[in-house]
Write a protein that binds this ligand. Structure first.
Ligand code: C5P
Length: 472
């Protein structure tokens, strides 16, 4: 009904209507409804009963105007990961988002507009110069009528175009025209991701304020290919959307606080090509650094070698050995809080070879002599100057978790210990979830089993409450 009405209006009225709709951030049809509603109110009768169709038009259902529903514009790029974006639509809708969808031409090779349309419950936009779309929505309105633009998968080509400010198709025109925050979920072959051109574009996009989720490391669609380049999973992207949406409104309880985090394993060289390592993935420390940055803290993340994307908005220092890590931590002081999540190697090889140690047939196998590494947590907790007011360590135990953690709290001189059971059956080491017991001088708090991101959020809110004096 509404589009027929629009088409039958004369040009002057259409222009006035378009202007009024743009000013109010509504579609032209919604503007007509609003005018009718105003007229009905003025007339004192519910005129809309007579004009509204029985079923709400699909397009209006897709992005309701003037509601508190967060509006997400999902741009699906042309990559094999596009199929996951269909699931992402569902995940976003589960979270109460109104989702509109733009498909690049390349994306239509992987998923159909019909499938995306069925999931969003609205029209899917594919062309820059589609007179029908331009007439009632248009790329500028697509760009404006949203709280967040998510690009998933963000291909190398889309990222290059964004970094350069191209606008030669609907997706890039919308990305250039939007004032909303942009979240990219890159997905590409690891060689393309590692390519200097992509890394240059990435740097530019980050400098432009674009947010990122992933890419993750793992198997690629191409047989036998592994590496960094897999698109983040729909749930991870939905989580990033949730966090970004909250960022705009949420208070930042750690603003002005400097938080130092260590993460990952350390590598202790045996010779120039070999090293001793452990199974730490770095996931918990990275999640803590990300949660602290989201809470507004100034974060420095000192990381051993891991296969994870760097969290956004943190100062990142990568190190190899325990001694490098200690030096980097000391250099990064002072801090308000120091969180030692790294699985630092207890020993290094005292007689590491300067050259590659050779097999020598007939001779005895080389013997590695071990020397104890500095205990970074204990060193910092016992400092006289620049000791962070809150020093937090981890205790990864395989037995007597609480008793060992209490002993460690006293021995290391730290304020809190996050203790967890890392026996192989728990799957915690390298896994995605964690069951933590917070051990402080005041007692033990048992946290529920949860994802490492949730555990990180819980720790950060506990820290914020402590620093602001709500709790200790
Ligand atoms: O003694 P243990 O390795 O169980 O202690 C674990 C805690 O101590 C973790 O917080 C870890 O980051 C920290 N640690 C350290 N330097 C070491 C060994 C452990 O900072 N050399």
């Amino acid at each position: 009904m509404a589009s027929l009405t629009v088409r039958q209006l004369d040009e002057r009225l259409k222009t006035l209507l378009r202007l009024r709709a743009a000013r109010n951030g509504r579609s032209m049809e919604d503007e007509i409804r609003s005018i009718l509603r105003e007229a009905a109110d003025a007339a004192g009768e519910d005129i809309l009963e007579r004009f509204e169709p029985a079923a709400t038009p699909a397009r209006a259902a897709a992005v309701p105007a003037n509601t508190a529903m967060p509006r997400v514009l999902l741009i699906i790029g042309g990559g094999i990961a596009a199929y996951k974006s269909l699931d992402l639509i569902r995940r976003l809708k589960e979270r109460g988002c109104a989702v509109r969808c733009v498909l690049t031409q390349a994306a239509t090779q992987f998923v159909t507009p019909l499938a995306a349309s069925a999931l969003t419950g609205g029209r899917v936009y594919t062309e820059l110069f589609n007179p029908e779309h331009e007439f009632d929505v248009g790329h500028i309105r697509l760009a404006r009528e949203t709280d967040l633009v998510v690009v998933a998968p963000a291909t190398a080509d889309l990222m290059a175009k964004m970094a350069q400010g191209h606008a030669n198709d609907l997706a890039t025109a919308v990305l250039l025209a939007t004032n909303a925050k942009i979240l990219l979920a890159p997905a590409m072959n690891p060689a393309m991701w590692a390519n200097k051109a992509t890394q240059r574009n990435l740097k530019q996009l980050k400098a432009d304020g674009v947010a990122l989720v992933g890419p993750n490391a793992g198997e690629m669609a191409e047989r036998g290919e592994r590496g960094v380049g897999r698109m983040a999973e729909p749930l991870e992207i939905a989580g990033a959307v949730e966090r970004l949406m909250k960022i705009a409104a949420a208070p930042q309880p750690l603003k002005g606080k400097r938080i130092l985090v260590t993460a990952g394993p350390t590598h202790e060289p045996i010779d120039p090509v070999r090293y001793i390592a452990n199974r730490s993935s770095g996931k918990q420390g990275y999640a803590i650094a990300a949660a602290a940055a989201e809470a507004g803290a100034d974060v420095v993340l000192i990381s051993g070698p891991v296969n994870l994307p760097k969290p956004e908005n943190v100062d990142f220092i990568d190190v190899e050995s325990a001694r490098d890590m200690l030096a980097a931590v000391e250099k990064a002081l002072p801090a308000d809080v120091a969180i030692f999540a790294a699985a630092v190697a207890d020993w290094r090889v005292a007689n590491a070879g300067e050259q590659k140690i050779k097999k020598q047939p007939g001779k005895a196998t080389p013997q590695l002599a071990l020397a104890e590494n500095p205990d970074i947590l204990s060193t910092i907790a016992h400092r006289r100057s620049d000791r962070p007011p809150l020093v937090i360590g981890f205790a990864a135990e395989t037995e007597n978790v609480i008793a060992n953690a209490k002993a460690k709290l006293a021995r290391k001189g730290c304020d809190w210990i996050l203790a967890n059971d890392v026996s192989p059956s728990t799957g915690i080491m390298g896994g995605d979830s964690n069951t933590i017991h917070l051990v402080t001088a005041a007692g033990v708090d048992d946290w529920p089993p949860q994802s490492k991101e949730q555990a990180a959020a819980m720790l950060i809110s506990r820290i914020a409450a402590t620093l602001t004096g709500d709790r200790n």
